[in-house]
Design a protein around this ligand. Structure first.
Ligand SMILES: *[C@@H]1O[C@H](CO)[C@@H](O)[C@H](O)[C@H]1NC(C)=O
Ligand SMILES: *[C@@H]1O[C@H](CO)[C@@H](O)[C@H](O)[C@H]1NC(C)=O
Ligand SMILES: *[C@@H]1O[C@H](CO)[C@@H](O)[C@H](O)[C@H]1NC(C)=O
Ligand SMILES: *[C@@H]1O[C@H](CO)[C@@H](O)[C@H](O)[C@H]1NC(C)=O
Ligand SMILES: *[C@@H]1O[C@H](CO)[C@@H](O)[C@H](O)[C@H]1NC(C)=O
Ligand SMILES: *[C@@H]1O[C@H](CO)[C@@H](O)[C@H](O)[C@H]1NC(C)=O
Ligand SMILES: [Ca+2]
Length: 504
């Protein structure tokens, strides 16, 4: 406000100065922070009044006769020349001055009031209009800002949403990338491992290639050698072929020999066929035959090995058939001729049979039992000493029990030339071997006499004893024995036990 007042005062002073003239003298008064400049009115070409009531008499500081325009130096001269007039004048001047200052103060107050009220009015008006405008603007701005803030919040939420979404995506991506990195790490490790392996394999491959190359070279050289050999051999073959051609063309004698040979071969083939026919016929047919008697009855007259089917079973066994002795048809159970087979055997061997059917053998207690118990059989014991003397013992009824009865002997209706009395023990005697003592002796007859037989205690016969090839003066008790024919010793004897149905 003080500044505004100073400005107003300065403006008024300026207006006054403009009205009065530029040549007027200026006076500046300092009042507090303000400085006031006054341009005082001057009396121009006029006589000074007595009372000096005119304000501009204040400016009349020099006598009227004094020349105007030299203002400041002249009052000093007047004071020195006329002190009383000067004193009065000074007093009036002072009062005028006071009056002026008062007036000035009033003026100032007035101006100040005016200015203040004007300013306030101005202010009020301005403020009113401005506040209205401002209010409108403010409301506008407020509405706008509200909208803006709304938009901003929307945008913010969107941005937040987007950023959160982006952050989530980023997180996912980072996780994904982590996983990928791990995966890639693993894969790179694997790749490195594989590359290591690969390099190792390559090295091995190279080594193998080198080796194979060497081997290939060796093989190629071998191949070349072989080819050379082949060529040489083919040459030789061609030579030989030529020679052969010449010789075949030439050899008429050889052709004749060949013809002879083919003839003989054909003859031999025919003979072989004949033989096959001979052997085949009896071999095929006996399959349905129960024993050698049926084979003999079918017309076979040749002694030999044939197959029979045991009664009440599908079991077929091979047997030696004697087709000569006393009408033939004999199924051989036992045969000794040269001691080639050991007969000092255990129970199981005698049960199942042993030896060679064409030579020395024991047919087997099970077979003998099955055969002789199926129908009534006769036993024929054929003996021949080393001088060739033959004899026989025959039993019209013969069979043996099964293993459950230790193959007990049943032989009756004795006849024959090998002794007037039967050398076989009586009915019911069990079979004994070196490992199964079923005899009636406190001893073990099988071990004393050797072989397996129907020992009693130990009995007058044992055709399965030890085969002694020649006679001697020493008495043997463990040799082949048919007591009632030739005593305890039978040396180099041929024995055959064989059966045939009693009604043959
Ligand atoms: C001062 O001025 C007033 C009028 O404004 C006047 O009445 C009065 O006589 C003057 N006083 C002097 C001493 O001149
Ligand atoms: C982000 O905006 C979508 C629609 O644009 C909305 O389905 C989702 O719920 C919002 N998510 C958040 C966290 O605001
Ligand atoms: C065939 O044999 C006769 C003698 O029998 C002989 O003179 C002739 O040179 C032979 N031919 C060949 C091609 O060897
Ligand atoms: C015993 O006789 C059989 C049949 O006759 C014969 O195969 C075998 O070679 C003979 N063995 C000895 C040692 O004489
Ligand atoms: C054979 O079988 C018949 C009936 O199937 C029977 O009666 C007979 O005793 C049997 N013979 C033998 C030796 O088993
Ligand atoms: C057969 O012989 C054995 C001993 O070898 C004996 O234990 C058994 O009782 C005999 N069987 C019969 C029926 O006597
Ligand atoms: Ca005994």
């Amino acid at each position: 406000m003080g500044r505004l007042l100073a400005l107003t005062l300065a403006y008024l002073a300026y207006l006054l100065a403009a009205a009065i003239g530029s040549e007027r003298q200026q006076h500046s008064v300092q009042h507090g922070p303000c400085s006031y400049t006054f341009i005082l009115p001057e009396v121009e070409h006029c006589q000074p009044l007595k009372d000096f009531q005119v304000t501009n008499t204040l400016q009349r500081d020099s006598p009227p006769e004094a020349e105007p325009g030299t203002g400041q130096s002249k009052p000093v001269k007047a004071q020195k020349e006329r002190p009383s007039w000067q004193e009065t004048k000074l007093e009036s001047l002072e009062s005028a001055m006071e009056n002026n200052t008062q007036w000035l103060q009033k003026l100032e107050n007035f101006i100040q009031e005016n200015v203040r009220s004007g300013m306030e009015e101005m202010k009020r008006a301005a403020v009113h209009t401005q506040t209205a405008a401002m209010l409108e603007m403010g409301t506008n701005l407020l509405s706008q800002s509200a909208e803006q803030t709304r938009k901003l919040t929307d945008v913010e939420t969107q941005v937040l949403n987007q950023t959160s979404r982006l952050e989530i995506q980023l997180l996912e991506y980072s996780l994904f990338t982590n996983r990928l990195e791990k995966h890639i790490l693993l894969q790179t490790q694997e790749i490195s491992r594989l590359s290591d392996k690969n390099s190792f394999l390559e090295q091995r491959l190279l080594a193998l290639e080198a080796r194979y190359g060497k081997e290939l070279q060796g093989l190629e050289s071998e191949k070349q050698q072989l080819q050379e050999l082949l060529e040489r051999q083919s040459r030789l073959v061609s030579q030989l072929q030529g020679e052969l051609g010449s010789t075949t063309l030439n050899s008429t004698s050889l052709q004749k020999q060949q013809a002879v040979l083919t003839d003989t071969v054909q003859q031999l083939l025919a003979m072989v066929n004949h033989c096959n026919e001979i052997s085949n016929v009896p071999k095929e047919e006996p399959l349905s035959f129960r024993d050698c008697a049926e084979i003999r009855q079918s017309g076979v007259t040749e002694s030999g090995i044939y197959s029979i089917r045991l009664p009440n079973s599908t079991q077929t066994v091979k047997v030696f058939c004697d087709m000569k002795t006393r009408g033939g048809g004999w199924t051989v159970l036992q045969h000794r001729t040269n001691g080639s087979v050991d007969f000092h055997r255990g129970w199981r061997d005698y049960k199942l049979g042993f030896g060679e059917l064409s030579g020395e053998h024991w047919l087997g207690n099970d077979i003998i039992h099955k055969l002789t118990s199926s129908q009534e059989y006769s036993l024929h014991v054929q003996l021949k000493d080393r001088e060739g003397n033959e004899a026989f013992s025959q039993y019209e009824h013969f069979y043996i029990d099964g293993e459950e009865n230790n193959y007990s002997l049943h032989a009756e209706h004795f006849s024959g030339t090998a002794g007037r009395t039967s050398s076989l023990t009586h009915t019911g005697t069990q079979f004994s071997t070196k490992d199964r003592d079923n005899d009636r002796c406190t001893c073990k007859c099988s071990q004393l006499a050797s072989g397996g037989w129907w020992f009693e205690a130990c009995g007058p016969s044992n055709l399965n004893g030890i085969y002694y090839p020649a006679s001697s003066s020493v008495v043997r008790y463990n040799g082949i024995k048919w007591y009632y024919w030739k005593g305890p010793n039978l040396m180099a004897t041929t024995t055959t036990m064989m059966v045939r149905p009693a009604n043959f």
